[in-house]
Design a protein around this ligand. Structure first.
Ligand SMILES: [Zn+2]
Length: 339
């Protein structure tokens, strides 16, 4: 099969050309292809031939085998048939920890920023605004610094359980609360797409800054640390608006989506690119499980499984079906007994 055949077929392809904006192939007229390890790869010539410009075949449910249900997924987990589980998580997995969802009307973080007197809610994650007035973010950072005020949820512990079972391919999280790591997920299995608090740097010259000093300056003194090199403001390596995502995402996502055998999406509105596209990039025969309050993204196709409701309830139900409930509770108990 060559590009011409594919392009004239009814199959749709997605291009992640340029800045993570997804474009359908028919809006991107200058395509070229090459063969890589016996697999055709397609690239838009507007973008460089880096892995981030790969084209993905969209899912074709007609090629899927038997009907997937939560019972068949549980049975496959119990029989150790799944060995590379890819997890995508959003703010909904941390709500039961007490961390407000950024987008939920009323309880969402953006609706509760009045005390910061921000010119607009997103300014709290704006680098230029931070340069002028770091205080709102410092106040927020004191509140949500990982391991200080909040403990992992049952869902975070489920990720840790998958890791301990040796079947976790990766967790891609949109959250910055760091609770996956607090729950015991190893850093190698984590892609924190919007950064984390475990390292910090100057916003002007990017010189790394001691993360422990950054933490103590922000939490104990309530101030933004100053760069030792240029005097600029220092912040944790949380990705602000206008900043590039950690290269770890583009370094790993292609390998992970190509090699995963089960995808679980939890507590995400699947609205922020490029993370929202991950469930569509996996191979068409890979089952997809959504644990969420709402049906989101492209879920709802044949052989997708939707567990509607709170993530913790759905995680417990899945673990009950697999026979993992005691192990899940043990991890939860251990993460909540830590000082
Ligand atoms: Zn500096």
């Amino acid at each position: 099969m060559n590009f011409r055949t594919l392009a004239t077929s009814s199959t749709s392809f997605l291009c992640t050309c340029a800045s993570n904006n997804v474009a359908f192939i028919n809006t991107c007229t200058s395509l070229r292809s090459f063969c890589c390890q016996n697999k055709l790869r397609f690239y838009c010539k507007h973008s460089r031939s880096t892995p981030t410009t790969q084209l993905y075949q969209t899912r074709d449910a007609s090629s899927l085998p038997e009907k997937t249900t939560i019972e068949t997924i549980a049975e496959s987990l119990r029989s150790n048939a799944f060995k590379k589980v890819l997890v995508v998580s959003g703010a909904g997995v941390s709500v039961s920890a007490g961390i407000p969802d950024f987008r939920s009307p009323g309880s969402g973080l953006y609706d509760n920023l009045h005390k910061y007197d921000l010119p607009y809610p997103e300014a709290i994650f704006d680098v230029d605004f931070y340069n002028q007035n770091p205080q709102p973010f410092v106040t927020l950072a004191k509140e949500i610094w990982p391991g200080v005020n909040y403990r992992p949820t049952l869902t975070h512990c489920f990720f840790s359980l998958l890791d301990k079972k040796g079947i976790l391919r990766r967790v891609y999280t949109q959250n910055i609360d760091g609770l996956e790591a607090v729950a015991g997920v190893t850093e190698e299995k984590l892609v924190e797409c919007h950064g984390h608090f475990r390292s910090s740097a100057c916003i002007k010259c990017r010189t790394p800054f001691d993360a422990e000093v950054c933490q103590s300056t922000m939490i104990e003194q309530g101030e933004a640390p100053k760069c030792n090199s240029c005097g600029g403001s220092v912040k944790p390596d949380i990705v602000f608006f206008g900043e590039v995502m950690p290269s770890r995402f583009s370094d790993l996502v292609h390998y992970d989506v190509a090699s995963s055998d089960l995808v679980i999406v939890l507590g995400s509105s699947l609205m922020v690119a490029p993370v929202c596209n991950i469930p569509d990039w996996v191979k068409s025969n890979v089952p997809r499980l959504l644990m969420n309050r709402d049906l989101v993204g492209t879920f709802g196709k044949v052989n997708d499984v939707f567990m509607e409701g709170d993530c913790d309830d759905s995680v417990r139900e899945l673990c009950r079906l697999v026979g993992w409930e005691d192990e899940l509770d043990a991890i939860y108990a251990s993460t909540h007994s830590q000082p």
